[in-house]
Design a protein around this ligand. Structure first.
Ligand code: DGY
Length: 314
């Protein structure tokens, strides 16, 4: 029997599907990720590994696998996998782009609106029993979204999906990416984008060149009235620099779905700031999207083992 390892808490339905498809499945069912040793021990004689962003698949794990043909990740991001090394060893990598583009772009807009219009802050105020004064014209004023300028950093699938949403809000859309793309948005240097944008959405992959791309210098170049939204990976933002910028009023606010460390530690200074909206890595978290991601990840795994073209291969 061909052995596959599933190293994160997955859907029972798809575990059963793999078993019914004739695979021997070693499944880590807990929401707390397994140790590296557990993965190493179990992947030794497996042909497929189905993992997620909670698993670090580094050289050591890859070296322990003697028969591995495919690593299929239940995510669009693959910064948790040493892709170069895996490929060097002839291991194919599957991932789940496209199926989560709309859900993630929707959340980015939700965060943008929540930050600009102080939605989460207003919700907190009511729940804490602090809505105790009559309506006044200057109460909890936020920033207009309609007609403002949106700067998108990174123009992949999610960047494109952001453009169509922004058009609905009558926004001018500018973008920066390593390469110019055929899109309905103005291309500009990062410096110019930061100078003109009222909202900056980070939609780049995490890699060596984007690690801490949003640092003090980046934040200083933004308008003082602007908002930063991050739906990519936490490590693209230097959180310490961001906290300082939010405290000192270098920017008006931020909205973050991803963090340098996840779950966000309870003592993170971000938690004490009112001008930041925080969500727990919910970009692709819709029932429909997660189902499509599961199907894609499982078929990538099976097709990779069989030597067939995958649904999406890195
Ligand atoms: C991904 O897929 O990389 C997201 O961060 C989680 O869906």
């Amino acid at each position: 029997m061909v052995k596959v390892v599933v190293s994160f808490k997955f859907f029972d339905k798809w575990i059963s599907f793999l078993k019914e498809s004739g695979f021997e499945v070693v499944y880590w069912g807990s929401e707390y990720p397994p140790s590296k040793d557990w993965i190493k021990d179990n992947v030794r004689d497996a042909e497929g590994l189905l993992c997620s962003l909670v698993n670090r698949i580094d050289r050591e794990v890859i070296d322990s696998a003697e028969r591995l043909k495919v690593i299929s990740t239940f995510s669009v991001g693959y910064d948790h996998i040493d892709v170069g090394y895996a490929k060097q060893k002839g291991i194919r990598i599957g991932y789940t782009p496209e199926v989560l583009t709309d859900a993630t772009a929707d959340l980015a807009f939700g965060l943008l609106l929540a930050a600009a219009r102080r939605i989460a802050e207003g919700d907190r105020l009511i729940r804490e029993g602090k809505w105790n004064k009559p309506w006044t014209p200057d109460f909890m004023l936020g920033s207009m979204v309609y007609g403002k300028t949106l700067g998108i950093v990174g123009m992949g699938r999610i960047g494109r999906a952001l453009i169509s949403r922004a058009k609905g809000f009558g926004m001018r859309v500018v973008y920066y990416s390593r390469h110019r793309k055929e899109v309905e948005a103005e291309y500009m240097s990062l410096e110019d984008l930061l100078r003109v944008s009222d909202f900056v959405i980070i939609a780049v992959d995490l890699n060596e060149s984007t690690f801490h791309m949003v640092n003090e210098e980046f934040l200083r170049k933004m308008k003082r009235s602007a908002y930063l939204i991050n739906i990519s990976r936490g490590k693209v933002v230097d959180e310490e620099a961001l906290v300082k910028a939010l405290r000192e009023g270098l920017i008006a606010g931020a909205a973050l779905d991803v963090f340098e460390e996840e779950p966000l530690p309870q003592d993170s200074p971000l938690i004490g700031l009112q001008n930041v909206v925080l969500t727990p890595h919910l970009g692709s978290a819709t029932t429909e999207t997660r189902e499509k991601m599961a199907e894609t990840a499982v078929f990538n795994l099976i097709k990779g083992i069989r030597g067939e073209p995958m649904v999406y291969e890195v």
